[in-house]
Design a protein around this ligand. Structure first.
Ligand code: SAM
Length: 263
């Protein structure tokens, strides 16, 4: 990861250069509705409230789990014992971005969803809450974390299928379980080459309305390199940089554009 100082500088730069917070100056109707109906949506319905409450509760969890971390962000290469609350604090999405992925899922109504990086299940709770009946598979290489995710998912009456394994080993077979992908949330193994590989594998299952969401696009120079490759890929029509997350759209009817939107 880049130093906290560089990350803060990048964030300030984003705040100064990002635009279109309210959709002003946007010509594309697709982008205008994305900004006004999703990014700026501030309605908290009962479903969202239930996940926000579950998120709040798990942030205080003193439960400890023993596990061996994998991936680029892993500080603990050996077997470690961590409180669930500290895993959430260190590596899960925040409520602000939880609301975003919930609103994106409600808006695009995907039926076939894949998540790379379940961890203890924070992002998957928000995604699944938008449509509990969707065909949603979430993968992670750490069984102990996924056990917590699965328990939380059941408590919310969600039906996310959790598969444990290394992305490098099981992504291709997991993809055979989908005829097509409507939404993919990439949030694990933040190495440039790996992220690009996962993106390319998932490209085989896209259609015109598929949405890809990448977390931590400015988290490291490797992730910035991966984001650069992805947003410039010939199949990508529109990219949206929200600083922490990046959105990718493939709609052929859109003009090719790269947005940096204030969020
Ligand atoms: C940033 S965390 C995911 C956080 C989660 N999306 C959330 O918001 O709660 C990244 C996760 O990816 C998993 N991971 C990293 N590299 C992996 C790999 N090569 N195969 C499988 N899982 C991996 C880690 O175990 C970790 O739980």
């Amino acid at each position: 990861m880049i130093s906290q100082f560089i990350y803060a500088l990048k964030f300030i730069q984003y705040k100064l250069t990002s635009k279109h917070k309210k959709g002003h100056g946007i010509h594309s109707p697709f982008m205008f509705f994305l900004i006004t109906k999703v990014l700026r949506k501030n309605i908290i319905n009962d479903d969202l409230k239930a996940v926000l409450n579950a998120h709040k509760k798990i942030k205080k969890s003193k439960q400890k789990i023993n596990y061996k971390e994998i991936g680029a962000g892993s500080k603990y290469k050996q077997q470690t014992s961590q409180k669930v609350s500290s895993i959430v604090r260190r590596s899960s999405i925040t409520p602000k971005y939880g609301k975003l992925i919930y609103n994106l899922t409600c808006y695009f109504n995907p039926k076939n969803i894949l998540e790379l990086g379940s961890s203890v299940g924070i992002s998957s709770m928000y995604i699944s809450q938008a449509d509990r009946k969707a065909n949603f598979i979430s993968i992670d290489g750490v069984y102990e974390k996924q056990q917590i995710a699965e328990k939380k998912s059941k408590e919310l009456n969600q039906s996310t299928k959790f598969i444990c394994g290394d992305f490098d080993e099981i992504l291709e077979t997991t993809l055979t379980k989908f005829d097509q992908l409507d939404l993919v949330f990439f949030d694990g193994n933040h190495k440039k080459e790996s992220t690009i590989n996962y993106f390319n594998s998932c490209l085989n299952k896209i259609h015109n309305n598929t949405v890809f969401i990448f977390d931590d696009i400015h988290w490291s120079s490797e992730m910035e390199g991966a984001w650069d490759y992805i947003k410039n890929h010939k199949k990508v029509k529109v990219s949206v940089d929200l600083f922490r997350m990046g959105l990718i759209f493939f709609k052929q009817e859109l003009s090719y554009e790269q947005f940096v939107i204030k969020f």
